[in-house]
Design a protein around this ligand. Sequence first.
Ligand code: G3H
Ligand code: 13P
Ligand code: ZN
Length: 349
Amino acid sequence: MPLVTTRQLLDEAAKGGYGVGAFNVNDMEQIQAIMEAAKETNSPVIIQASRGARQFAQDNYLFHLILAANELYPEIPIAMHLDHGNSFDTCKSAIALGFSSVMMDGSLKEDGKTPTTFEENVAVTKQVVDYAHERGVSVEGEIGVLGGIEDGHGAGGSGLEHVTDPDQAVEFAERTGVDALAIAIGTSHGAYKFTKKPDGSVLKMDLLIKIHNRLPKTHLVMHGSSSVPKDLQDIVNQYGGKLKETWGVPVEEIQLGIRNGVRKINVDTDNRLAITGAIRKVFAESPEKFDPRDYLKPAREAMQKVVATRMVQFGQAGHAGDYAPISITEIAKGYANGSLTTQPLVAAK
Ligand code: G3H
Ligand code: 13P
Ligand code: ZN
């Protein structure tokens, strides 16, 4: 089956009332872990690569690994998505490579650190939407800015500094025509999101619901949505790691989001923790081992377990066979003839 677009995948998720995890990858083992989890749970998947991942793995390695996954698991719909594209050119290069979906994160300037103005964000996102839609590729935009810094990307600070303004979310969706909209509701990238179990004062689910009520047909995206489970933190620390006490986004809050328009949920940190914990365990318990397979295999299994669990919790499990993929050429026609409208349904205030 060809790669599917996130537009189709998220439209189907909206019909079925479930969310779809978007898992970050940098290497073969992470792709294998996701695909085995998808097979185990019969789930459609979004595999995403950041700019850092593209540099680390090199575009061609990364993309051909996805093509291999596509060949090996023909029954699983796979969308290949660029995470946090920082410019028109970055998005264009991902589209040229064959990605079926890109994120233009115009909430930050090209340096990936400095927040942009609303008008700058609209302009660059619309430029990407026009280019991508002509080619049938889906676009995610971001309004509001997440907290934290990952691999040099991010404005830093707490997640509460630039939460999304609902009026701006509506205007942004209308003017750009994005297929999915990432909003900032207090989460941050990385392991250090909250200093205690988050309540409504730091994790603004009420704001998410408000935005959903104004944009009832827009697919919302939650970034920084790792749950940072205590058991994964404990394994890392038990075997020599030094993680400080921290809290992530509780799964029940994500499920509340899914009941209120969230269709794409970005998860990276939980998998990083699972992999690191598993590798540390082998190093600590069997210091005589030096064959990478001895620690990469348990690492891959640990990630598979996390991904499969999230697929069930987000509700995508069981939905891999619900639909046949629409080719990006057909999708492009849909944008051109208006049947895939890019105008969101906006509810009155
Ligand atoms: O958005 C952040 C993702 O966790 C990707 O992180 O830029 O370090 O690859 P990265
Ligand atoms: P986490 O750091 O919470 O896993 O978030 C990942 C993310 O949002 C990738 O875009
Ligand atoms: Zn993100």
